[in-house]
Design a protein around this ligand. Sequence first.
Ligand SMILES: Cc1cc2nc3c(=O)[nH]c(=O)nc-3n(C[C@H](O)[C@H](O)[C@H](O)COP(=O)(O)OP(=O)(O)OC[C@H]3O[C@@H](n4cnc5c(N)ncnc54)[C@H](O)[C@@H]3O)c2cc1C
Length: 452
Amino acid sequence: MAARNRGQTTVFKENRGLSPISIVGGGWAGIACALELADAGVAVALYESARQPGGRARRVDWDGLAIDNGQHLMVGAYRETLRMMARLGTVHHLQRAPLRLISPGFALRLPRLPAPWHLAIGLFGCRGLSLADKLAAARLMRALQARAFRLPADLPAAPWLADQRQSSRLIERLWAPICIAALNTPLDTASAQVFCNVLRDSLAGPRDASDLLFNRADLGHLLADAALPYLRARGAEVNLAHRVSGLRRRADGYDLAISASDRHHSMVASHVVLACHPARLPALLADLPPMQDIARAVARYRWQPIVTLWLRFAAPIAFPFPMHALGDGQAPWAFERDDIAPGVVAIVASADGPHVGWAAETLRDTWLEALRAALGPLPPLRAWQRIVERRATYACEPGMARPDNVTPLPGLYLAGDYTAGDYPATLEGAVRSGVQCARHILAARALPEAKS
Ligand SMILES: Cc1cc2nc3c(=O)[nH]c(=O)nc-3n(C[C@H](O)[C@H](O)[C@H](O)COP(=O)(O)OP(=O)(O)OC[C@H]3O[C@@H](n4cnc5c(N)ncnc54)[C@H](O)[C@@H]3O)c2cc1C
């Protein structure tokens, strides 16, 4: 049996078995969904095409050293991610610190005071802004609070901030670094509404919501190393290096065509959760006509890169704080990563820019110079590695069409950082989506039982 899939032939071999709920994708959304279902006693089968789980937030090997595919940062507002990590016993891998944004000529430190005093006092003690800038920032936060952080219409963040009478220095030093890091989208095209959502839940949230949470172990330790045994202990099937290459509807659910090494087989599932990267979604939906509106909307997404430069110095570097911005606006941020090995530093730049096209050596030399300018003389560099994630996230632009977890087809669900929600493409967006998706499935399954 064969079905057409974007010009390729997808093989649906004779069915090998029945899997009640299949989750396609073992990133943070897929794993969060699987955990929630497994905890509710539901049998799940997870299919991940890569050998390594974690998706866009995973461990990679660098000459025997376990590093991350890209430097990640979490904040205290990541409540679902923190709940999941607490359940898995991995929260101790995070180091919590009150927010500090430090760059050359600028320093914002939020004190350990109850909200909103932490923000008010932090803002007024901020170095590198004029009094007029501080008042303008406070005025903007108050105005947003008064309208519950909802804008009458979404627009790009740059004109919106200018419209709010925020000076270019204030934008470059305070708003742009936060917006670009959170939305991974240049200010000229980033959604002002999603930026407001981020401000609502972080700076304007409870005091600890704006805390920074630094990874003190590679991303594998934070999630997959604990999640996979947890799932297996609860009867879940976890299939790594299993790519789902096609999906077809049948009377009692879905046929999934699966490729593992050279073998192809298919499974029948009553429910399917597609928790893959949004760029992979349209091909998986190709044989499902009622899903074509969603497939077309997602196919229109644009992508934004993230570049991480890993540096290994001969000795640890004294960072005044584990994170240091190397300039204003879209400048990269440097992270002390002695947890990986003494002397490891990650420098990460969000969103598109000229640096993405630079030769690797140019990037290394330019960012090393910026690190030296910020922190002083550096020990000898022993090794370095650049990782470019070209489709790190979708471009978070005004008015994007983000599909719901629940689709027009019964038993078919979507999970991932791109589904409908307040958050931009982040770990928290992915985890919330996975958890919410599982709750929809549980609620739908409970209904017939409640009726009988
Ligand atoms: C370099 C980088 C830095 C980042 N920094 C931050 C940060 O600091 N803070 C933050 O909160 N977020 C950050 N993010 C964003 C965050 O990593 C993502 O939003 C999140 O990991 C997305 O998770 P997901 O599960 O939705 O999707 P994905 O991680 O893309 O997971 C999808 C999974 O599906 C699998 N898959 C795809 N197709 C198939 C198929 N056909 N069959 C089986 N499996 C399939 C993929 O292999 C993948 O494992 C960063 C991302 C990158 C790349």
